[in-house]
Design a protein around this ligand. Structure first.
Ligand code: ATP
Ligand code: ATP
Ligand code: MG
Ligand code: MG
Length: 877
């Protein structure tokens, strides 16, 4: 077996609209192409031994053991690899279940599609599955040590990609609220929402976390001063820089017991609490000094540690934190009890799990000593042995929810403190013997405040109710149930995408909104170029969706990008499908026109429930997509009598048609006329029917989004396709007494489109035609036939680059087509393109049109420009 390619999909795609995260592996079964599993001796047994849990895969039989029974009866290796790749991820703790396997047009070559949670892990699992299968084929087994290593690697990949518990909590809530999110490339920042409505997060810092509030919270001494000035109870204490100040400081805070901690510290590092004697104090000073220059000396307050979380000025959760400890059973030593406690699967390393493993360090040893224990002491049943003095979860502490117990006065105080510090999301550390009583009554104090407080102790407390603390964050960032979305209009089809995208963008601009759009020639925001190039894939779309100035996204969505990585967005408000015709077939395992239609229908199927799929009723492949659309459907058609349109509007549906020379919206029984086609520059005085179709699609998309008819009209009558923006796309030049047209028509449908325009030209029509040598013979003949139908005179030329064809052959094929269609047609062969173009232009009659299908668009345009055409804005017909 050989892996030919592995692709990662991240949005709605060819295989699934709902499952965005898929790995697509193109796999050549080679020698196994003719060998289903039942013909490989020992394969079934080896598989069951390696992965007994495959029993749980139902597969097509729909029952437990279903998949394994298919392996026994004989199924192809690609299908087995799919199931193994999913199972490996499952075993590594990633819940995935979706998979598909299809043979491609190349016999023995399969596409294996598997779901992933983490991209890297998904790709790994795909490769590992192939390895596993190959081993079963070769030696009848897969070494357990290999499997173990695979699972270990997979778990590691999954862990490395994890976003941290607080972020995960917020994103889960965001998903429940239909708020889209994406990871930004730097600083672990997350973007919630799109475009102008986006908000950013970094752990629990938000767009609204002011820099002054954050800095103040990080300055323990400054915080204490500000709070003390406001009458908030804080520890009595002082800051020193030298050891000889220590004695005075202890006196100043009222003598022992005291606390010594670094001025700039966190996570409980360098803190010694409940210091009762001078030698302890000296040691504690050194420890704190090792972390920070300034050292805080404070009175020690009795009580337990509480974390109070205030979001957007409202208290949302209170957790009592108990330092890392073990409870005796009369049998185990302290060391054994620690190991026992750490076996809890909820305990992980650092911040990556609900709880953290207990580790023994210098602090623990001192603490043990104080309690009269060693690690080898067998702890009496029920006795509590503390291993940390401070209650941080990250050093093995646990949390108990006390949200319902806190005294109302303390709530008021905490909320007030959040405003005094000036932080939207703030964690207060309160030491008090009793949180149910006002702090001032029981000598409770606010020890410090934290910016970017962790959420996990509130979301997964060890005891008590879990609190949804993500909800108030999102209520703050997206009030009134907002989702942070901007309208997304996605345009696909074989031809006309760029034109329609530009038209829609132009229509939206009439409404004063900032439009971001992507096309084959670049990314634009508000008509400024962001980036030049073919930008019709998901990465370019992301540039628009990430841009904080964009109010509306209009995205040309080409086949290549959908195939390569899926759509850039989970859903769109309008999905326009212009047409589907034979072009690009044979690329990326899209071999038939039906497959192409399925690929393009991803756009229509990704339309949101209250959005619109704008479909071409004149194109049966496009019209058929309506069946799978979850949102509403709106049709456009060149013929108002189109049956589909008639039935649709009779039921109150929305449509756009070309009727009596007008582009009109049909809404139920009503006809809303937008404008006469002849008044749209883009239709070239109504002579380019396909441009009318594009304009209908664009108008309908905008109308469905509530854009007023007036704005649509204003846009259509002012929109011009510029030669410089889209060279080679119906570029019309006015050369005084005649016109020249340059178009890089590259498939049968665009020849037809071009033909429909040329046929409407009132004067004499000269064609200067030819095509790249790598097209099929029949394409040249077809071009010849079409040319005979639409041109009065034809000059056949050939490309400089013959792409493997002998000189004269392409022109011969074209001539053949011409003669078949119209034996008396006037044509001649003039192989050099420059000569052919110049001859065509020289011979143009008054009122005539010279149509050029060039090899090099820029060369053709410069030959025309040498003849001084009228400026583009005067390019009226
Ligand atoms: P973190 O970053 O985890 O909040 P930190 O390094 O910022 O910790 P503090 O919050 O100042 O340190 O102190 C850690 C813990 O030590 C407090 O939560 C509290 O349990 C205890 N503590 C600190 N100062 C005092 C004090 N004056 N009296 C009693 N306990 C204290
Ligand atoms: P590409 O796939 O190359 O990006 P596109 O779909 O963006 O193409 P446009 O750039 O808008 O299409 O138009 C390209 C050419 O296709 C035009 O010059 C014209 O010849 C033809 N064309 C445009 N609209 C249509 C249409 N609705 N039907 C058929 N042909 C069209
Ligand atoms: Mg603290
Ligand atoms: Mg395009």
């Amino acid at each position: 077996m050989r892996i030919l390619r592995i692709q990662t999909l991240r949005g709605p795609n060819y295989w699934s609209i709902r499952r965005h995260n898929l790995i697509v592996m193109r796999l050549d079964l080679e020698e196994l192409a003719e060998k289903p599993s039942n013909q490989i001796p020992g394969f079934y047994e080896g598989l069951v031994t390696a992965l007994p849990s495959l029993e749980e895969h139902f597969c097509s039989p729909g029952v437990r053991g279903g998949f394994l029974s298919r392996v026994r009866q004989g199924t192809m290796m690609g299908h087995i690899i799919e199931h193994i790749a999913l199972e490996l991820q499952q075993l590594a703790g990633m819940a995935v279940g979706f998979g598909r396997t299809r043979e491609t047009a190349t016999p023995g070559v399969y596409q294996v599609v598997i779901e992933y949670l983490d991209e890297q892990a998904g790709r790994y699992a795909a490769r590992a599955a192939v390895r596993l299968c190959q081993s079963l084929v070769d030696i009848g087994s897969y070494p357990p040590s290999e499997l173990e290593q695979d699972l270990k690697d997979l778990r590691e990949l999954c862990r490395d990609a994890a976003l941290g518990p607080s972020t995960e909590t917020i994103l889960k809530e965001a998903e429940a609220r239909d708020i889209p999110w994406m990871q930004l490339s730097a600083r672990a920042m997350i973007q919630l929402g799109f475009g102008v409505h986006q908000k950013r997060l970094q752990a629990t810092l938000s767009d609204y976390s002011g820099i002054l509030g954050v800095e103040l919270a990080c300055d323990k001494e400054g915080t204490k001063q500000i709070l003390r000035d406001a009458g908030v109870p804080v520890p009595q204490g002082t800051v020193i820089n030298y050891l000889d100040e220590l004695e005075g400081a202890i006196e100043e805070v009222g003598g022992y017991p005291i606390v010594i901690k670094p001025l700039d510290g966190n996570h409980g590092r360098g803190i010694t609490i409940d210091i009762k004697a001078w030698d302890e104090a000296e040691k504690a000073y050194d420890v704190a000094r090792a972390i920070s220059r300034g050292v805080i000396v404070e009175r020690y307050y009795r009580g337990s540690d509480h974390r109070v979380l205030v979001i957007n000025g409202k208290l949302v959760a209170v957790a009592e934190r108990v330092p890392a400890h073990v409870v005796g059973n009369g049998k185990f030593t302290v060391q054994e009890l620690i190991e026992e406690t750490n076996r809890d699967p909820n305990r992980g390393e650092g911040h990556d799990n609900v709880l953290t493993k207990i580790t023994v360090d210098r602090n623990s040893m001192t603490l043990l000593q104080r309690q009269g224990y060693t690690l080898d002491t067998v702890l009496p049943a029920g006795a509590i042995c503390y291993l940390r003095a401070t209650a941080n979860l990250s050093t093995g502490g646990i949390a108990v929810d006390r949200t319902d117990d806190i005294h109302p006065e303390n709530i008021w105080l905490a909320q007030r403190v959040s405003k005094i510090i000036g932080l939207d999301i703030i964690g207060l550390d309160i030491v008090t013997p009793d949180i149910t009583k006002p702090l001032r009554e029981v000598e409770g104090v606010i020890v410090e405040v934290n910016a970017a407080p962790g959420f996990r102790m509130h979301v997964c407390p060890s005891v008590g109710l879990a609190r949804n603390v993500a909800a108030p964050v999102l209520d703050m960032l997206f009030p009134n149930g907002g989702t942070g979305r901007i309208p997304i209009i996605s345009i696909t089809g074989t031809n006309g995408k760029t034109t329609t995208t530009r038209l829609i963008a132009h229509i939206y601009r009439q409404t004063g909104r900032v439009v971001g759009y992507t096309t084959t020639d670049g990314i634009y925001i508000d008509d400024h170029v962001v980036e030049k190039g073919d930008t019709t894939g998901p990465q370019s779309a992301q540039v628009i969706l990430k841009d904080p100035t964009v109010e509306v996204a209009v995205l040309e969505t080409a086949r290549g990008g959908i195939l390569r990585s899926g759509l850039a967005f989970d859903k769109c408000d309008v999905g326009v499908v212009l047409n589907v015709s034979a072009d690009h077939l044979g690329l990326g395992d899209i071999d038939t026109i039906d497959q192409m239609a399925k690929l393009k229908s991803v756009v229509a199927e990704s339309v949101s429930l209250n959005g619109y799929a704008v479909l071409n009723a004149d194109d049966p492949l496009v019209a058929a997509m309506a069946e799978r659309v979850k949102g509403q459907v709106a049709y456009f058609a060149m013929n108002p009598a189109n049956e589909l349109v008639q039935n649709h509007t009779r039921k109150g549906g929305l449509a756009a048609v070309y009727e009596n020379g007008y582009l009109s919206i049909l809404k139920g029984d009503w006809t809303l006329r937008i404008e006469q086609a002849v008044n749209l520059p883009v239709t070239m005085q109504g002579r380019a029917p396909f441009m009318i179709a594009n304009a209908l699609a664009a108008s309908l998309a905008a109308f469905a989004q509530g854009v007023p008819i007036e704005a649509i009209r204003a846009a259509l009558t002012t929109f011009r396709a510029s030669v410089h923006q889209t060279p080679g796309r119906m570029n019309l030049f006015n050369l005084g007494h005649y016109h020249a047209l340059v178009d890089y028509a590259h498939n049968a449908a665009s020849y037809e489109a071009l033909g429909s325009f040329v046929q409407n030209w009132p004067g004499e029509r000269i064609g200067v035609i030819g095509g790249p040598g790598d097209r099929r013979d029949e394409d040249f003949i077809e071009l010849g036939k079409l040319s005979a139908r639409i041109f009065d005179r034809i000059i056949i030329k050939e490309d400089d680059d013959l792409r493997g064809r002998p000189s004269g052959q392409a022109s011969e094929l074209i001539s053949k087509g011409i003669i078949q269609e119209k034996p008396d047609c006037q044509y001649e062969v003039m192989l050099k393109e420059t000569e052919a173009i110049n001859t065509g232009l020289d011979r143009a009659a008054s009122g005539g049109l010279v149509v050029i299908l060039p090899e090099t668009v820029t060369r053709a345009i410069s030959l025309i420009e040498a003849r001084n055409p009228l400026p583009e804005n005067m390019n009226q017909l």
